[in-house]
Design a protein around this ligand. Sequence first.
Ligand SMILES: Cc1cc2nc3c(=O)[nH]c(=O)nc-3n(C[C@H](O)[C@H](O)[C@H](O)COP(=O)(O)OP(=O)(O)OC[C@H]3O[C@@H](n4cnc5c(N)ncnc54)[C@H](O)[C@@H]3O)c2cc1C
Length: 394
Amino acid sequence: MMVDQLPEELRALKTQMKTFINDVVIPREPELMSDDANSEEVAAELKTKAKESGLWALGHPTEIGGGGLPFMDFVYLNEVIGRSHWGQWAVGSLSMQDSIMLHLYASSEQRERFLEPLVAGEIYPSVGLTEPEVAGSDPTQMQATAVLDGDEWVISGHKWFTSGANRAAFTTVFAITEPDAEKHNKFSSIIVPTDTEGYEIVRVVPTMGHTGGNHCEVNYNDVRVPYENLLGGRGQGFHIAQKRLGPGRIFHSMRWLGQAQRAFELMCERAKTRYAHGSYLAEKGDVQAMIAESAAEIQAARMMTLDAARAIDSGSEARTEISLIKFWGARMLHNVVDRAIQVHGALGVTADTPLEFMYREARYARLYDGPDEVHRMVVARRLVRDPYDGVPWA
Ligand SMILES: Cc1cc2nc3c(=O)[nH]c(=O)nc-3n(C[C@H](O)[C@H](O)[C@H](O)COP(=O)(O)OP(=O)(O)OC[C@H]3O[C@@H](n4cnc5c(N)ncnc54)[C@H](O)[C@@H]3O)c2cc1C
């Protein structure tokens, strides 16, 4: 469905959300970006405003405290939420994929302890898969272990890039519990409250000139948690991670579209107002090409993302569609932000516009949730087997 064909009610909600992000969240970005304690206060203020405006956690099921919007409706909203890096945070959709994972697999006690406060925005989650010693793009190589001792798991391991661990209430860690099983059935997912003895945040890893981020290196020094902290069944870790990542990639992709669209608007605005060599930049062929290429890439990514979301919504795992949007969407974002910086000249690389922050995030996007190359490999393998996989109308 094209955006102008959306039902009136959804279109109105999208407009309301866009206004909230543009007028309430974006003006607070400089404070949110400054890693000081004040940023949490600003976030709390924005969360309250989102709740008061009826915009909180709209995509979460109602039975866990969300707005109960159907998946496709939320997908349309997520693009405008993504206009600000802090949009998801402000409107309670930051951790959609973690909520989905818990909603699918958590026991009633886990739901009460972790899921409900998560949806209410009272706590943050984190997820520990990647380890520095082995290739994260091939998670069957993970080495962390969880061994049963009586009715407790004893977890040992070394993870990094556990995003948000420094403010999270818990980490869902993936570790080997079934060493003799086939490689995809070796791992289980276990919830570890971050205040558990032996859970040690070694450091926040500085990334691309940013020292105050949230990507953490974590040691698990014989961390003991009760058997009941197991999420889902023993050996189901891979399956659970996949369930988390599928819709998660759609949410990322829509958010990237929001970022790209905003960068695009900034690029057009600058091109209209910057004058050089006898005309505005918007009148130069090179700049026009950058604008046109960006518009085409954004629109292509948007259509592909909506198609992948439609496939998921119809019950498919949409492996091909999701891998297509992962590498295409991340590259699109990177290209568009790069061109927007170019058109801004030196201003583009300063912190006086959001572009340099977006550029860092765009670079990360080509790595997280599986590097682009791995997704290209997945797509190629599937299409060699069946050239119509994921494109049934072709
Ligand atoms: C900003 C950010 C946030 C992240 N957040 C989390 C998180 O919250 N939790 C978590 O567990 N992890 C997280 N990660 C880690 C991320 O999932 C891994 O970086 C990713 O899976 C790649 O693993 P790796 O870094 O070990 O790279 P490697 O596996 O060592 O791969 C290095 C490179 O090798 C190439 N490559 C790999 N496989 C192939 C192939 N089959 N064909 C061709 N080339 C290939 C690719 O170019 C790839 O970039 C995050 C990463 C980033 C950058």
